[in-house]
Design a protein around this ligand. Structure first.
Ligand code: DGJ
Length: 743
């Protein structure tokens, strides 16, 4: 049993062996009061003793009752304007222009398993025993509207998911102006907020800041979850580290405009909310219509940030990603983008593919530039038919030749975009998102198609289907290279323009669903100019994401370290690219480039035909190594150890479930002469198992490796460093330690 209802006093307790979440119906107004979220506590028939009230100067709901201020009662899904003055979790405007709501408890329902969300991505269960779901229904009898708060608790994971549904049962249309997925009033503010911040080519940088009094938030209003913020935030205790202490994670399964906000009020209560960004959102809810919010996945960890991340990793890898590729090893790919950019033809492509095949690479991906007359980024998006001069044998011809080499073939699309010089634009100029009488802004010379319209989505499906259907395609990279400006849909009524951003994302999800339904064995990799849509929503459709357009190994340490806060290695697109690196011009050793890229999906993004024989031999070795270790890397437990945001060194590792194998990546950005002594303390090993480190003839107990660490200096037995070349200290050096249990 994971959900209990104390029927007589209407208290709800969701719990498993690790976590408890408790709320109750307030007898005063039949709304919901939040009581507790955190480490598991014992169930009791009454939690009345957890109620906390002070008589404070305030506005009160009831005349003469000085304890009925909602501002001083922790709310479960707060409204604004009836004595709570903080930011609310929902706001509805009715036909007289009022925004006051009064949702009162009507009933609840507990069911085994987990329900799916209509038209939206969400985590799932494979058997009903994995989770239990509580739906609490509240009703506003002026609005004649139901609000259903849905909670799922997984029995074996520290995970509670939440979403909210509104059902208009009245006869008037309403406007939903805010509909958060979740809201939690935590009783204190002794936290740091951790989130991922960035820009194009600099995604996923970890930011940590002490909670300030008042409001702090992360958000997107760009039409995609964005390079700037990721739909994730964590609240971590001051003394929590990567490995110890209390952390609460909030991750939104959504790819569009979102808001993650923490409001610390004047009494130290921290209200954490996640959901669709209410800014630029206004949804007309007609009689009998339902509005469904996305899902927020809340993770509680008392094992620090790694504990939180490991829970997200396992959940997202096995219960968010779905379909044919979920449990399969992913092919090692080579992508021609940084090898050729737009300058290629069939012969060049085949040359790269042939050489790559000889090196053991399994999948060739043809990136941007194969369609219309696309020679640079100013044309042809939407003309999804082959550029004859580059590909005289069409996609059928090329894909068959690649197939004949014994390689899989993948193709790039940017389905949501259109260039002005295309047949698509000529036929449907009104299909772009733009506001009447206003200039339509450019982004990378292109316009955004109005995916809030079904006919647009269907048409693009038709165009893609033609190319995919006739060719041997086993992988698609779905790119999206600009944000939405002048948001407005020619197909929506004036009072529905606030729906464009959300409807757009529903259109994106719809096209994905159509494609994966028709082509279930195609592996999708989502991409948005790198990581502008690295979010859980995308992972429901595309099992992996191109993490960043920055392929420099040193930059990638930060990007991948940050991305791993939430996302498993099996989703993190990571490639070895050429030097000097195309984004920063840095010369890093090919070993280091691979040592970083191994901790992700692994592939190459360079012209292998121009490599020296020595480099080719290295690539062959790397490919062979990854093939041996990829099962461990995708399914193992990942630990971050040394943090690239705090030091010159980074380390992380993956340990197999049974603790018999591990791989450690250690990276030193700048070399220093006459260095201090250095050790890397490992994590997650069995303390009593004896491990051998590949290439070294001593053995080490897990407890030695975790408490003393791998010693990086040399010792008397071998005189010089075993692990590090002191004769040739180099910048951007790295080392892999491959561990195996010895019996
Ligand atoms: C942006 C992507 O992130 C790159 O990998 C590449 O596909 C280009 N777009 C192509 O235009």
């Amino acid at each position: 049993m994971t959900i209990r209802v104390n029927e007589s006093n209407l208290e709800f307790h969701l719990f498993n062996n690790e976590v408890s979440y408790i709320f109750r119906v307030l007898e005063k107004n039949n709304q919901l009061e939040h009581l507790y979220y955190g480490k598991k506590i014992t169930h009791r028939d009454s939690f009345y003793h957890l109620i906390e009230r002070e008589i404070r100067p305030s506005s009160n709901m009831f005349e003469g009752d000085h304890t009925s201020s909602l501002e001083h009662i922790r709310q479960e899904y707060p409204s604004y304007g009836t004595t709570d003055f903080r930011y609310p979790a929902h706001m509805i405007t009715n036909n007289i222009g009022s925004h006051i709501t009064n949702f009162q408890y009507q009933g609840c329902n507990i069911s085994k398993g987990k329900t799916t969300l209509q038209s939206l991505p969400a985590t799932y269960v494979e058997s009903e025993d994995e989770a239990e779901t509580l739906e609490v229904t509240l009703f506003d009898d002026v609005l004649k509207t139901k609000m259903i708060l849905s909670y799922t608790i997984y029995s074996e994971r520290n995970v509670i998911t939440r979403n909210t549904r509104f059902v208009n049962e009245g006869e008037e249309s309403l406007f939903l102006e805010n509909a958060m997925s979740s809201s939690v009033d935590l009783p204190d503010d002794q936290f740091e907020m951790v989130h991922l911040f960035g820009a194009w080519a600099r995604e996923g940088h970890v930011e940590t800041q002490k909670l300030a009094k008042g409001v702090q938030s992360i958000y997107s209003a760009r039409g995609a979850s964005s390079h700037v913020h990721n739909p994730f935030l964590a609240l971590k205790r001051f003394d929590a580290s990567e490995h110890t202490g209390e952390v609460y994670g909030f991750s939104l399964v959504y790819s569009g405009n979102f808001l993650g906000q923490v409001e610390v009020d004047t009494y130290g209560v921290s209200r954490v909310m996640m959901g669709i960004n209410p800014f630029q959102f206004k949804w007309k809810l007609n009689p009998n219509e339902v509005f469904q919010t996305p899902e927020c996945v809340m993770v509680y960890s008392d094992h620090g940030l790694n504990g939180m991340s490991q829970t997200y990793h396992e959940l997202y890898r096995t219960r968010l990603v779905r379909g044919y590729w979920r449990d399969k090893v992913r092919p090692i790919l080579i992508n021609n983008w940084e090898a050729t950019y737009f300058d290629f033809n069939e012969e060049k492509v085949l040359d790269i593919a042939r050489t790559a095949k000889d090196l053991g690479i399994e999948l060739f991906v043809l990136d941007d530039g194969w369609f219309g007359k696309r020679d640079d980024d100013s044309s042809s998006l939407g003309d999804w038919f082959e550029y004859d001069e580059k590909l005289p044998n069409g996609m059928e011809g090329l894909s068959e030749k690649i197939d004949a080499l014994g390689m899989k073939f993948g193709l790039w699309f940017e389905p949501e975009m259109v260039s002005k010089d295309t047949k698509l634009y000529a036929e449907h100029p009104d299909w772009i998102i733009s506001t009447p009488y206003r200039r339509a802004s450019h982004g990378r010379n292109q316009f955004v198609l109005d995916f809030s319209r079904q006919e647009v989505v269907d048409h693009i499906f038709g165009l893609m289907d033609k190319v995919i259907g006739k060719s041997k395609i086993s992988y698609i990279k779905w790119d999206m290279n600009r944000y939405i400006t002048e948001a407005y849909s020619a197909a929506l009524e004036t009072d529905q323009q606030g729906e464009v951003f959300h409807r757009y994302i529903l259109g994106v999800y719809d096209l994905y669903e159509k494609l994966i339904t028709k082509y279930p064995e195609i592996l999708f990799e989502s991409c948005a100019g790198g990581g502008a849509r690295f979010d859980p929503g995308m992972l429901y459709y595309a099992p992996q994401t191109w993490t960043s357009d920055d392929t420099d190994a040193v930059e990638r340490l930060k990007i991948q370290y940050g991305t791993s806060m939430v996302y498993p290695l099996s989703t993190i697109g990571s490639h070895v690219s050429a030097v000097p690196n195309h984004q920063v011009g840095r010369m890093t050793p090919i070993d280091t480039r691979a040592n970083v890229a191994y901790f992700g999906t692994f592939g190459y993004e360079l012209d292998v035909t121009t490599l020296t024989d020595e480099e080719k031999a290295k690539v062959s070795e790397q490919v062979a190594f990854f093939k041996k270790k990829r099962n461990l890397i995708r399914n193992g437990i990942f630990y971050r150890m040394q943090n690239p945001f705090e030091s010159n060194e980074t380390s992380w590792m993956v340990v197999s479930d049974d603790q018999t194998e591990a791989i450690v990546g250690y990276y030193k950005v700048l070399a220093h002469p006459n260095e201090k002594y250095n050790r890397v303390k490992l994590q997650g090993l069995d303390p009593n198992k004896l491990y051998a480190i590949e290439g070294k003839d001593t053995t080490h107990y897990g407890n030695e490796l975790m408490n003393i660490g791998v010693i990086l200096a040399g010792n008397y037995t071998d005189r010089a460093s075993e692990y590090w070349s002191r004769e040739h200290p180099n910048d951007y050096d790295s080392k892999l330690f491959v561990l195996k249990e010895v019996k």
